[in-house]
Design a protein around this ligand. Structure first.
Ligand code: IPM
Ligand code: MG
Length: 357
């Protein structure tokens, strides 16, 4: 029996998470797995109900579970609260930190059927399969922050800190991942300017001695942003610090057609967390327009990484491919000649294909 904490959160999180749960339930039937889903409040939804974006109860539920499925958090309604009570700084970041989830895996895979949905030309995006590994509990997100009054206004400070140990653990994870794939690892930094990046680069170079079978390529982040649209197929595994990873993964998602396709797994602690890489999309919330595939594909990652059930994970991914091949599309990936479906219908189509496999 696998215990899954279900945290739909805000905005479209409320619509996409139930679809992923449906798909997991179908997987349970098909592969004889038993799941227990327990729902809890997080983000704005939790602020409205309890006054805090990450209630103790939610954190405890996550700690007691075998995995966490999260939708998305945040929205304009809570943007003006003091920073520690905002959904991002008050819930998502502490959740990642408290669960020890220092590695965020974001696979950007182009599905054949979506080749024309990418804003880039077919010959550029064809065959893309990139795994971005983003450091998730260090860097600017968690460094000391300060605001001071100075003559003429204010002074705001964020600090970017990394320790050898923090770089080594994410570095090892990245080398191990690269070893199981094409054995090419791009380490992205800004070592020509930042001290933390120089330590990052030195540490990665030293680690490489333990992985002589993996080719290590250092790349500056500005160049990496350019190379991602110029010739994305050169990348297999990318490892980078928190902020660079945040930016590059949004960019990488568009290679695959839509950010609505980008799944993610945050690992490193006892309990891992699975969430789509996109946000709560308040502009389309409540309209059944959201693409649930990133969340459904995150559920596949849960089966793979937390429950070690490769067969079920691959079955979900295959079902998604089938649904796309049959031409079903949410608005974000809609193309001429395809069939527009809403969030729920998309989830149902995946369940159908999964059960038919
Ligand atoms: C992400 C998101 C979050 C981040 C926000 C919501 C704090 O953009 O998961 O990429 O910056 O990490
Ligand atoms: Mg982001």
């Amino acid at each position: 029996m696998y215990k899954i904490a279900v945290l739909p959160g805000d905005g479209i999180g409320q619509e996409i998470v139930p679809e992923a749960v449906k798909v997991l339930q179908a997987c349970g039937e098909k592969f004889g797995l038993a799941f227990e889903f327990r729902e809890a409040l997080v983000g704005g939804a939790a602020i409205d109900a309890t006054g805090h974006p990450l209630p103790e109860e939610t954190l405890n539920l996550c700690r007691e579970s075998d995995a966490v499925l999260l939708g998305a958090i945040g929205g304009p309604k809570w943007d003006n609260l003091p920073v520690h009570l905002r959904p991002e700084a008050g819930a998502l970041l502490p959740l990642r930190k408290k669960l020890g989830l220092y590695a965020n895996l974001r696979p950007a895979v182009l599905y054949e059927a979506l080749i024309d949905a990418s804003p880039l030309r077919q010959e550029i995006v064809e065959g893309i399969n990139i795994l971005v590994i983003r450091e998730l509990t260090g860097g600017l997100y968690f460094g000391e922050k300060k605001r001071e009054k100075i003559p003429g206004g204010e002074k705001a400070t964020d600090t970017l800190t990394y320790t050898t140990q923090e770089i080594e653990r994410i570095g090892r994870l990245a080398f191990e991942a690269a070893r199981k794939r094409r054995k090419v690892l791009h380490s992205v930094d800004k070592a020509n300017v930042l001290e933390s990046s120089r330590l990052w680069r030195e540490t990665m170079t030293r680690l490489q001695e333990e992985y002589p079978d993996v080719e290590l390529i250092h790349m500056y982040v500005d160049n990496a942003a350019m190379q991602l649209v110029r010739w994305p197929r050169q990348f297999d595994v990318i490892v980078t610090e928190n902020m660079f990873g945040d930016i590059l993964t949004d960019q990488a998602s568009m290679l695959t057609g839509s950010i609505g396709m980008l799944a993610s797994a945050s690992i490193g602690g006892k309990v891992a967390l699975y969430e789509p890489a996109h946000g709560s999309a308040p502009d389309i919330a409540g309209q059944k327009k959201a693409n649930p595939l990133a969340t459904i594909l995150s559920a596949a990652l849960m089966l793979r990484y937390s429950f070690n059930h490769e067969e079920a994970a691959a079955a979900i991914e295959k079902a998604v491919v089938r649904v796309l091949e049959k031409g079903y599309r949410t608005p974000d990936i809609m193309q001429p000649g395809c069939r527009l479906v809403n969030t729920e219908e998309m989830g149902e189509r995946v369940v159908e294909e999964l059960l038919a496999l």
